[in-house]
Structure formats: C-alpha cells, structure tokens
Design a protein around this ligand. Structure first.
Ligand SMILES: [Zn+2]
Length: 442
C-alpha cells in the first residue's frame, strides 16, 4: 500500500486533457501538491491508502478556474459607484477613493476578502495587479491561494503611497519575498497606455525581458483609448503602439482587448500574447464587445478574467463564461458561435496557457499540480445532467462549488472556507465600509 495525502473519488471527472476525456467513477490520487495517479475506484483501494478521502462520487470534479485579470484588493469598493462611464467612474470615484483609503491593513483585509470569494467560486489561481502587492501576497500565503501578482505601475501619484518615481523600484523586494514560495509569481504590471508614458513602458519592458516576467496590462478597453492613442502616436492603434515599443516581444496578458481590428489581430496572432476577457466589466461600463469569434478563428489564446468587484461586481469565472456563451450567440445571430466546452477550456487550460503554466495547471492529469474543485450536483436544481459542460456553463451556480483544493491542500470543504475565518471577513467588510464612507466625505 502506498500512503498518499489526499484521494478524491470523482463521480464524473472532467479532465480537460487533450482529448477532453470525461472519466466516470475514477479516483484522483494526490501526494504533496501533485496528482500522482488517476485510476478507477476498484483499482485504487488495493494500491493507495489515505486518511483523507473526499467522496465526490455524486459530484463533478474538474480543474479549478483560473482568473486572468483582477484587482482583488478592491473588494470593499464593490457597489460604491455603479452605472457610470469608465472615465468618470475611474477619475471621479475609484481613484479618489483609493487615494484616501488604501493602506497596508486595508489591502490585506480586502485581499483576503477577494481571495475568499475566489475560493468560494472555484477559482484556484488569479492574475492580479494592484498597490501594496506584498499585502496581497501575505493574504495568499494565509489562504494557500495561487497567484501571479503585479505591482501596479502608473505615472501619477496616488495618495501618499504611490509616487511615479518609485515605479518598478520595489520589483526586487517583491521578487525576494516569493523566493521560496511555490504559489506566487511576480508580473510586470504597467496599468495601461493612457497612464504610463513611453519611457515608463520601455522601463517595464526592459525589466520584463531581463527577469523573464509576464507583462500584464489593460489594453484597448474603450473606443476612446483607441482614438486617443492614434492621435498621440502617429495613427498607431494601441496594439501597434505596444508592438512599436517592443512590449509584444515578451509574454503578455492584455486585459479587455475590446477594440482590436483585423490588422491588430494579425499582429498578436504571431506573438506570445493572450487576451484576458472581462465581459461583465465591459458590459457594465458599456465598453463594447470584444471580437471573440474572430479571435478564435485566428487562434488567439483567450482567457477569462473578472476585473475588480468595483466594475463587475463578482469574482466568478462561472458567471463570465455563462454570459459569454449566451451573449455571443445573440450578437452573431448564431447559436453555434461559441460552445460550452470551449468556454470551460478557456477558463481552465487556456487561462493556464495565458500564465505560461499549461504544463502544470489547467487540466487534471498525472504529474500536474493538484488544483481542482468538486461541484455539488446531487440535487433537483442541477438535474438532469446530460452534458457536464452544458451544466457548468448554462445551469450551475458558483455556490454549487463544494470543495476547492489548491496545491494539494483543501481550502474549501463542504462549502466552508478552511483557511479564512468567514465571520472575520464580514466584520472587516462592515468596518471598512464605514471607514470608506467617512474618508470619501472629507
Ligand atoms: Zn482591470
């Protein structure tokens, strides 16, 4: 008998492997942080032993979702300012509120709140950019959450905590902080082309190339951004501008990518570049509709982000893919525009690819890291289920996520957080709401 750390008995195991295999009545064998075997129930009992067995024999088991664009420490700005255009929302509400409210304690508590929501929504890895990234890293460590974290780079001061002259200055401090941390990586995160100068971009690109880091930025989110970019840069579109700077010669994640034309698509087609779709944020801020079918036809890697809860107002990849599936059928007057299966792949393996982690994350296969979720579907609302992809995209609620496992550790068990105190989250949320109200009045 081989002793292992965790065994998950899966009624239906959605592997997201190359052949999209769905295995029935199989066990996932986990030792330390890896999947070491996948085999039928009847074969595992004579081979493996564990004190820790999750009976998901009436459930669906699949890889955890990967959220490729977020600002999780904005948790307490949820619902603060809704129903506004992006420039007014950012300039008159969000940035002033951040300037008045952010401090290390705020970012830590808000990060923990955001991470709790991610775990509860079946997300096992996220790609974030924000201020005080060391506090978000601290929250990830406490929660056992996997992330790619970027220190937001922008060319105007913010409160007393961000000065443009300090852009990139703390990169090595954060890099050092995660030296022996197998859950966290660091990205380079210039906010966008409209708040970072050409020189700031060149500095970011140089560090990204030197340190072999992913560049994570917002790009072509609104039509106005394209108009302004062309005006200021000899007719270059945002994509053409980034290409001219050399930003696309390194691995990049472009958040939003709403207003790319066929010429832009042909540029990124041959680059190591992924788009992070943020459909609810785009809908809510009326930013437009990214040309998803054109991206797919051109083999552009698409991944799923949520943006922050200030513009969404959820951190749920399940809700994102459900909306994309229905919206694009209507927009393109074609019910076959995007399939449920391709959207589940987009939120798992394709999102892993965006992070350069497709060899270790995004599917349930022997040798990969044990990041997975179980879905409680043993109830009348979920049934009947003829096709699990269809169930996940069109019918499942994120609250059906039963267990979330990250790096082999169970962080949600029977819908209860294991690494974060839920009562404390609520207490901190109410405390910070009151603080925000009193500070923005000043
Ligand atoms: Zn964003």
């Amino acid at each position: 008998m081989i002793d292992v750390d965790l065994i998950v008995e899966a009624g239906q195991l959605i592997t997201i492997n190359e052949n999209n295999e769905i295995l029935e009545n199989y066990a996932l064998i986990i030792k330390q942080n890896k999947i070491i075997d996948i085999l039928p129930y009847e074969n595992y009992q004579s081979k493996y032993h564990s004190e820790n067995i999750i009976d998901a024999s009436n459930q669906i088991v699949m890889p955890g979702f990967i959220n490729t664009h977020s600002h999780i420490a904005m948790a307490y700005f949820k619902g603060l300012a809704d129903d506004l255009p992006l420039d007014i929302w950012l300039n008159q509400y969000i940035w002033p509120a951040e300037a008045k409210c952010l401090n290390p304690e705020f970012v830590f508590e808000a990060s923990l709140n955001g991470i709790a929501e991610l775990i509860r929504s079946g997300v096992t890895c996220f790609n974030d950019m924000y201020f005080y990234p060391d506090e978000t890293i601290k929250a990830c460590n406490q929660a056992n959450m996997r992330a790619l974290i970027g220190d937001i780079t922008l060319d105007f001061p913010m409160g007393d905590f961000h000065h443009p002259q300090n852009n990139l200055k703390n990169f090595h401090k954060y890099k050092n902080l995660i030296k022996n941390n197998d859950l966290i990586d660091i990205s380079i995160a210039p906010h966008s082309i409209y708040v970072c100068s050409k020189q700031t971009w060149l500095n970011c690109i140089a560090v990204a190339k030197q340190e072999n880091c992913i560049i994570h930025t917002h790009l072509s989110e609104t039509e106005q951004e394209n108009i302004d970019c062309k005006k200021q840069n000899d007719g270059l579109s945002p994509i053409q501008y980034l290409e001219s700077l050399g930003a696309l010669d390194t691995k990049t994640i472009l958040a939003h990518g709403v207003h790319l034309d066929s010429e832009d698509i042909s540029i990124i087609k041959n680059k190591d570049c992924s788009i992070a779709l943020n459909i609810h944020s785009n809908l809510k801020l009326a930013s437009g509709f990214p040309p998803i079918p054109e991206y797919l036809q051109n083999n552009i890697n698409l991944s799923i982000g949520t943006d922050s809860v200030a513009s969404n107002n959820k951190l749920s990849c399940v809700d994102e893919i459900s909306t994309i599936a229905k919206l694009y059928k209507a927009l393109y007057k074609n019910p076959t525009a995007i399939s449920a299966k391709s959207l589940v792949r987009m939120a798992t393996i394709d999102s892993a690819k965006a992070l350069g982690k497709q060899d270790v994350l995004g599917s349930l296969e022997i040798g990969k890291l044990a990041d997975l979720i179980t879905i409680d579907c043993d109830n009348f609302l979920s049934n009947p289920i003829y096709d699990p992809y269809s169930y996940i995209v069109y019918s499942m609620d994120r609250l059906n996520i039963n267990d979330t496992i990250i790096n082999g550790k169970v962080v949600l068990r029977n819908k209860k957080l294991q690494t974060i105190d839920e009562m404390l989250l609520l207490k901190n949320s109410l405390k910070n709401k009151n603080n925000i109200i009193s500070r923005i009045k000043k």
